[in-house]
Design a binder for this molecule. Structure first.
Ligand code: PEP
Ligand code: MG
Length: 984
């Protein structure tokens, strides 16, 4: 993430992972500077124009992707129509030169045009044997539809005669002419497109035509005349009939479109930096016509099926048609397999082309072709875009076919694409609109009945219904509701809120912070504007996008195929950064291991307190009035924790398990003050109602003793009331509620996230940490006795001073001694700290004197660095910050390299100065985010730890990071000897 300068324009670029100061401090190279440097003071003009056959087809930067492809295919001997490329350098020079074409450019164009004429046997501007061009843009990186293209360039009132002759189709020729005038008029001469449409519509009205296709040659000719008139009126000069002038203006127009709003916005959106693509090339290619009869055709093809990855020619074509007919949907194209029968020779040739393309590019290609009177021409090729499933299959098969190696295969699958395969998704064919949008807090889609509290969710779930738990926010006491639900929806809280973190841990979809949703738990309904969702109504959530839908929406199942597992194994062979899981239960530890975790990087012990049978004991511990009472509760918790630790250690035998001592403030385990106050109020009201009823028979007797019968009945009732009161309105119960309420009030903090939590809590309630340490070490001891390889790591949260860490360390040593004595064995374990407080980063050198390892808690560290509440920021002001580009990303999702990242670098540097072999990981949510994983790799973290479902993504991202590192130039590497250079 980074801050944007208002006037940034082209300077927009993705964060630089290794030298974060680069974009902030140094201005990016300007066009002129770059070109002049290249020239090195030599006044001779560079070469701006290359024939397809003479260009270096590997130089996409100079020729653009399209130009490079055309040139490469020409070298390979594939049938490409003759043409030339005006380079991206000419485009840069054009901008440097205040939007004037380089002086020598048109001379060069002229020379190359002559050669194309010679090759094609046609003449540009001739009325008998005319040559027409397509003029297309093409930057180093594909920006589909963002820049301009002009077809049939060279048409005028004379050359059209030639076109009529070669196509034998006057209607087609005039249609091409009117399209050309319109396109050229709009793009090169800036005449408003609407004015052309008005002329077209007027003519259609006049002759009663409904569609453009109803226009005959004469009406099209008439339209052309009016179009030419319009251009003269608007520009003050006649339409440029001279093909050379047309060509010059078209080249300029393509250059201009590089800085058009569409293109600039696209580059911003997709983070295309000048280093990735700088300027556009212009491809000038001889037009070939697929509409010259039934031996002509046009089509697009993939070298493999982009939907399934199957190794077959895939595509569609149209006989006697031009490309525009396909795009405009005028005619429905046929599947390419039909060509086997209809044009067998061409089909065989396409099969040959497919093989040659893949052998050359080592990648699935998406290519365009035209057949002109029985001759095949290839007009374009580029890497084929496929869905994730097809990428996985083709990667595996292309390695087997020796077209690519394992590294290449791993590189082909982007971590973001992999996400598609790991979670249930809304069916891509579903066209419905969401009723509300919140934060995509835990990926996957789920449908079910909207249920507004955890108890009801459990009840309804037990009846066999699918449930979506809908809450304003969740608390530990809702945990049984999580178990019973398919997904969680909250109206408050960010991506690191309780709901989000617990749902991710369980692998359940979650949409958090959906602020449009107003929940009324009492009325058991929610509203979104005028829309009312009553309890039991069916809803669907998409936790990958943060969307909420009404009703049950069709979904598609995730897929972890054998091919994907192979690819992930290859990723593991490549990566050098470890991948661990955030897992808190034996079940998720088992799942984590299956998904390739190399240990547990964070076991949040507070999650173990959340189980339905444990929460009352935890409350007992918190509410205990004396040390003895607290000790009793703790003694009950100890075996529970110990058994969990044992099961987790067993699941992770041979691998490290980092167990974090209790972190959250204790009041989180108690009911909310509001709920308690309302319950108490109710109890008191009932009590006083009962008391007044008890005196009713006496009152009646006093007023009128003659109602004997009624009084007898009343006496019975009063006796019953007294009994109910005795049983249900126990004074003790009220006192207990009052005590809980008092304790909750007492513990309540204004800023709980910055309050009495983590190690602070451990120091004020040492018996809790002592119990946890004992549980860990006894679990380890018992397993060691069984011969299990256990590798415990005890981690302390929220540490900001070495003294805190030392305090816990002496406690650990004391407990270790006792446990070792009791069990008669020695226990090996590591002791470490989370780094989630700014001061801890600054004091890392001292912390490393005590710690064997660090683990960055970047959820809290981000909160602390920005002073943004992790609970609130994401649905209060962050969306606006992102929208206004004040912040490029959500820092709770994408690691803020320039702030949080720098703090991490400082901590790593000082930590490893004290202890060179200090193991350092990350366990904040960023540990599973691909770009953040890349950063973590680049600063030398030993491992990343992420929620279980994200493990495959982290494994792949770590492999990508390693492969990218190989490509990176050495000077960009972070130099650990100069810590403070990161500030400049
Ligand atoms: C963190 O702060 O990054 C972390 C992992 O701890 P938690 O989210 O439990 O506060
Ligand atoms: Mg934390």
């Amino acid at each position: 993430m980074r801050l944007l300068h208002e006037n940034e324009g082209l300077r927009f670029c993705k964060h630089n992972l290794i030298t974060p100061t680069y974009q902030e401090a140094g201005p990016l190279p300007t066009f002129g500077k770059r070109v002049m440097e290249k020239r090195g003071g030599n006044m001779k003009s560079p070469k701006y124009v290359y024939l397809f056959e003479e260009a270096d087809g590997t130089n996409k930067k100079l020729l653009g992707g399209k130009g490079a492809g055309l040139s490469e295919m020409t070298h390979m001997g594939l049938p490409v129509p003759p043409g030339f490329i005006v380079t991206t350098e000419a485009c840069l020079e054009y901008y440097e030169n205040k939007k004037r074409l380089p002086k020598s450019l048109m001379e060069e164009v002229q020379i190359n045009l002559k050669r194309v004429e010679e090759k094609s046997g046609k003449v540009f501007g001739s009325s008998q044997n005319p040559l027409f061009f397509s003029v297309r843009s093409g930057a180093a990186l594909s920006m589909p539809g963002m820049m301009d293209t002009i077809l049939d360039l060279g048409l005028n009132d004379e050359t059209i005669e030639g076109l009529i002759q070669i196509t034998s189709d006057g209607r087609f020729a005039y249609d091409a002419y009117r399209r050309f005038i319109q396109l050229f008029g709009k793009i090169a001469l800036s005449v408003d497109e609407k004015e052309f449409d008005q002329i077209l519509n007027k003519t259609k009205e006049k002759i009663g035509a409904v569609d453009d296709t109803d226009l005959d040659a004469d009406s099209l000719k008439d339209i052309c005349k009016h179009y030419l008139g319009l251009i003269k009126k608007r520009t003050g000069t006649p339409f440029p009939a001279d093909p050379m002038i047309q060509l010059k203006l078209a080249i300029e127009a393509v250059f201009k479109s590089w800085m058009g709003k569409r293109a600039v916005d696209y580059r911003k959106e997709f983070k295309i930096t000048p280093q990735m693509a700088n300027g556009t090339a212009v491809n000038v290619c001889t037009m070939v016509f697929g509409n010259m009869g039934f031996d002509s055709a046009t089509g697009v093809a993939f070298t493999r099926d982009p939907g399934t990855g199957e190794n077959v020619l895939y595509g569609e074509y149209l006989v006697n048609a031009q490309g525009e007919d396909v795009v405009a949907g005028i005619r429905t194209p046929k599947p390419i397999q039909e060509m086997k029968k209809e044009m067998p020779k061409i089909y065989r040739e396409l099969e040959r082309v497919r093989r040659i393309l893949e052998e050359h590019f080592h990648e699935v290609q998406d290519f365009e072709f035209t057949v002109q009177k029985g001759t095949l021409y290839i007009l374009q090729t580029r890497n084929g875009k496929m869905n994730a499933q097809a990428i996985v299959r083709t990667s595996k098969e292309m390695v087997a076919e020796k077209l690519i190696d394992k590294e290449g295969a791993v590189q082909r699958l982007k971590p973001q694409e992999l996400e598609q395969l790991l979670h249930k998704r809304i069916d891509p064919n579903f066209k419905g609109k969401p009723i509300a949008v919140g934060l995509p807090a835990s990926p996957g889609a789920a449908s079910g009945k909207a249920i507004f509290d955890a108890d009801e969710a459990e009840r309804v779930g037990k009846l066999g219904h699918q449930v979506i738990l809908v809450r304003e926010e969740t608390k530990p006491e809702d945990i049984h509701g999580f178990f019973a639900s398919q997904g969680i929806l909250t109206s408050r809280g960010g991506k690191t809120s309780h709901a989000a973190v617990v749902a991710r841990g369980m692998g359940k979809p979650c949409v958090s912070g959906c602020e449009q949703l107003h929940i009324d738990p009492k009325a058991r309904e929610a509203t979104i504007g005028n829309l009312r969702i009553k309890e039991g109504d069916s809803i669907t959530i998409d936790g990958s996008r943060g969307e909420v839908y009404l009703g049950e929406v069709p979904t598609v199942e995730p897929e972890i195929s054998e091919n994907l597992l192979t690819l992930l194994r290859w990723a593991d062979e490549i990566r050098t950064t470890g991948v661990r899981a955030n897992a808190d239960t034996p079940e998720s530890a088992i799942k984590a291991r299956q998904l390739g975790a190399e240990g547990i990087g964070l076991c949040r012990t507070e999650r173990m307190f959340n189980a339905v049978d444990r929460l009352p004991i935890v409350r007992e511990m918190i509410l205990a009035g004396s040390k003895e009472k607290r000790a009793e509760a703790i003694a009950k918790l100890l075996p529970m924790q110990k058994n969990d630790f044992k099961a987790i250690f067993r699941a992770m035998a041979g691998l490290p398990v980092t167990i974090r001592l209790l972190d959250p403030p204790l009041h989180e385990f108690l009911p909310s003050a509001e709920e308690l106050a309302s319950e108490l109020r109710n109890l008191k009201e009932v009590e006083s109602a009962f008391s007044s009823m008890e005196t009713i028979s006496e009152a009646m007797r006093f007023l009128d003793p003659s109602f004997r019968e009624s009084l007898r009945a009343l006496d019975h009732m009063v006796a019953d009331i007294a009994e109910i009161k005795e049983k249900k309105l126990d004074k003790k119960l009220i006192r207990k509620q009052q005590e809980t309420f008092r304790k909750v009030q007492e513990m309540k903090e204004v800023n709980p996230m910055l309050g009495h939590r983590g190690v602070r809590l451990g120091i004020t309630y040492p018996e809790i940490y002592r119990m946890q340490i004992q549980g860990i070490l006894e679990a380890a001891a018992e397993l060691i006795k069984e011969g299990v390889d256990v590798q415990p790591e005890i981690m302390v949260p929220q540490v900001c001073t070495a003294q805190e860490l030392k305090w816990v360390y002496q406690l650990v040593k004391k407990v270790q001694k006792e446990v070792e004595q009791n069990y008669g064995i020695q226990i090996q374990f590591k002791f470490g700290t989370m780094i989630e407080v700014v001061r801890a980063c600054m004091r890392a050198g001292r912390l490393a004197e005590v710690a064997d390892f660090f683990s960055f808690g970047t959820n809290d560290l981000t909160q602390a660095t920005f002073s943004f509440s992790r609970e609130d920021a994401e649905n209060k002001f962050l969306p606006l910050y992102n929208q206004r580009k004040i912040l490029q990303d959500n820092p709770f999702e994408v690691l803020d390299v320039k702030g949080v990242g720098r703090l991490m670098m400082i901590a790593i540097e000082w930590g490893r100065r004290t202890k060179p072999d200090l193991k350092i990981g990350i366990c904040g949510e960023h540990g599973g985010h691909p770009e953040s994983v890349e950063f973590c790799h680049s600063i030398g973290l030993s491992y990343v730890s992420c929620s279980v479902p994200r493990l495959p993504v982290a494994r792949l991202a770590a492999a990508h990071a390693k492969l990218k590192e190989k490509e990176r130039k050495p000077p960009e590497k972070y130099d650990p000897d100069t810590t403070f250079n990161i500030f400049f």
